[in-house]
Design a protein around this ligand. Structure first.
Ligand SMILES: CC(C)(COP(=O)(O)OP(=O)(O)OC[C@H]1O[C@@H](n2cnc3c(N)ncnc32)[C@H](O)[C@@H]1OP(=O)(O)O)[C@@H](O)C(=O)NCCC(=O)NCCS
Length: 146
């Protein structure tokens, strides 16, 4: 599991802002999707596409000038699908204050050369933290399907 990760860090620039001068929600979703894509493609060892992005609540504004990091982990896999958690952090660069602002759950599906779903490698949780993430994601997947 420690191999199947992805991270994107970007400085929030003025062209990314909404009408109030904060990071536009669509820009954040793109960063979340990109970080998840890196984790998915790394785990699958080939192409993978977004199948779903679950509800994301925008509880905290992220101002222009903040440093945003989206950290993705593959937490559970089916046959071709990968359940990915993306944690979003915003850092106030001059003070160094860092806040966890969002959590997103994303499902990616690995594809073969013909564009059909392709089986992905099994996930191997090695640490207590990874076993917890794996278990949480397993429960989350069952709830999503019920
Ligand atoms: C995602 C996609 C590859 C699924 O293909 P499909 O032929 O419907 O595949 P299947 O029904 O056989 O499902 C394949 C896997 O995807 C999963 N899946 C399909 N749709 C899903 C969804 N909306 N949410 C979560 N998982 C999904 C299935 O559960 C299955 O998982 P498993 O192999 O681990 O058991 C296909 O719908 C697609 O290409 N969508 C467009 C993706 C895209 O363009 N994304 C970019 C953003 S728009």
């Amino acid at each position: 599991m420690s191999y199947s990760v992805g991270s994107i860090t970007t400085f929030v620039m003025p062209h990314m802002q909404n009408v109030r001068g904060d990071l536009f929600g669509g820009e954040l979703m793109a960063l979340v999707d990109q970080a998840a894509a890196v984790a998915a493609i790394r785990h699958a060892g080939g192409p993978a596409v977004t199948a779903s992005i679950e509800r994301v609540d925008f509880r905290e504004r992220i101002p222009v000038g903040a440093l945003v990091t989206c950290a993705a982990t593959v937490d559970y896999v089916g046959n071709s699908s990968m359940d990915i958690t993306v944690e979003v952090y915003a850092e106030h660069v001059s003070s160094g204050e860092k806040r966890h602002t969002h959590t997103a759950h994303v499902v990616f599906v690995a594809l073969d050369d013909a564009g059909k779903p392709k089986r992905v490698p099994r996930l191997l949780p090695e640490t207590e933290e990874e076993r917890e993430r794996y278990h949480r994601a397993e429960v989350h997947r069952q709830q999503r399907r019920s």
